[in-house]
Design a protein around this ligand. Structure first.
Ligand SMILES: NC(=O)c1ccc[n+]([C@@H]2O[C@H](COP(=O)([O-])OP(=O)(O)OC[C@H]3O[C@@H](n4cnc5c(N)ncnc54)[C@H](OP(=O)(O)O)[C@@H]3O)[C@@H](O)[C@H]2O)c1
Length: 285
């Protein structure tokens, strides 16, 4: 039995990683901000805040860490977090993003944040697994309130093509790497992980409709409509950076890789499979 630390275990990818490690018979300490946080059964809570270096001394010594980092929000603490982990853990599997390789670690924004974390981890001396993920299938949960209400998706850039990935496939790859490299002695690796298909946002909406058994209509918003309807509560610069990212996938679709299948020995899960796993979020008849 090995001991692991998991951050983000109340969230999507970290929660799946903790579940998988426990199911494989390992001990999991989960970093949580609140002692009463809801965790996968069997995970031991360790109360710390990744944005407050003074809280990190409670982190235990482990055989490996699955790190989900609050990108951008906690950037000021990134060096302290990686330093604390490197003292206690011979290896780190880090949930990064496809695109981090092109970002400036000193820059601003989500990709720069991932690039900075990647640099800190690879320079820390621990064995690193960098999980560069494509868009999450779970991003489409942002459509769920509209779909439940009237069966529409009001969103811009319907022809933007993405290779959305199931959160559990990301967790599975990270967990495999951590379990297989417990002593941290092997070379670090970088994995570009995507879903198995490249579909347009319009097609993703249609797949949701097929799986939940109710048609879903895609209503394309202009940029001005999206800024007002969808991102009104966000800082304008941040909202524009999201829209610029979406626009880019119209002419430069997210590529598909076969890495998940190669590493796990089974195909990456399709978007239809992901919807079936999250059917209740979209409302069923
Ligand atoms: N969405 C995408 O398409 C995409 C693609 C590639 C990479 N990513 C990256 O994936 C990561 C998010 O993964 P996810 O979707 O699995 O996360 P998520 O479901 O949004 O959950 C976030 C987790 O981080 C924890 N957290 C937030 N701030 C914290 C802090 N200060 N200290 C300790 N824990 C903290 C939350 O805990 P609480 O319960 O305390 O809130 C929660 O467990 C981000 O780094 C993002 O950039 C996303």
């Amino acid at each position: 039995m090995m001991r692991f630390l998991v951050t983000g275990a109340t969230g999507r990818v970290g929660g799946r990683a903790a579940r998988r490690l426990i199911d494989e018979g390992h001990q999991v300490a989960a970093v949580v901000r609140r002692a009463d946080a809801e965790l996968p059964a069997g995970a031991r809570p360790v109360v710390a805040d990744l944005d407050d270096p003074d809280t990190l001394m409670v982190l235990p010594e482990v055989d490996g860490t699955f790190l989900v980092f609050p990108s951008v929000q906690a950037d000021a603490s990134a060096a302290a977090v990686v330093g604390a982990l490197a003292e206690r853990s011979p290896q780190i599997a880090y949930l990064s993003a496809a695109g981090a390789q092109d970002a400036d670690p000193e820059g601003w924004g989500i990709m720069a944040s991932h690039a900075r974390l990647e640099k800190l981890i690879t320079e820390s001396g621990v064995r690193s697994t960098l999980l560069r993920a494509s868009g999450f299938a779970a991003n489409t949960l942002g459509w769920a309130p509209q779909i439940r209400a009237d069966g529409t998706v009001r969103w811009p850039y319907g022809s933007a093509r993405r290779a959305l990935i199931h959160e559990d496939d990301l967790a599975a790859v990270g967990v495999r790497e951590l379990i297989d490299h417990g002593d941290g002695s092997a070379e670090g690796v970088v994995h570009h992980l995507t879903g198995p298909q490249q579909l347009s946002q319009r097609e993703y909406a249609a797949v949701i409709g097929e799986v939940i058994g109710r048609p879903v209509t895609y209503h394309e918003l202009s940029v001005a409509e999206a800024m007002a309807e969808l991102f009104g509560g966000l800082p304008a610069d941040f909202a524009r950076s999201i829209l610029t990212g979406q626009a880019a996938w119209v002419d430069h679709p997210e590529p598909v890789t076969s890495t998940v299948g190669t590493l796990l020995g089974r195909p990456a899960r399709t978007f239809a499979e992901w919807v079936a796993d999250h059917r209740a979020d979209f409302g069923t008849r």
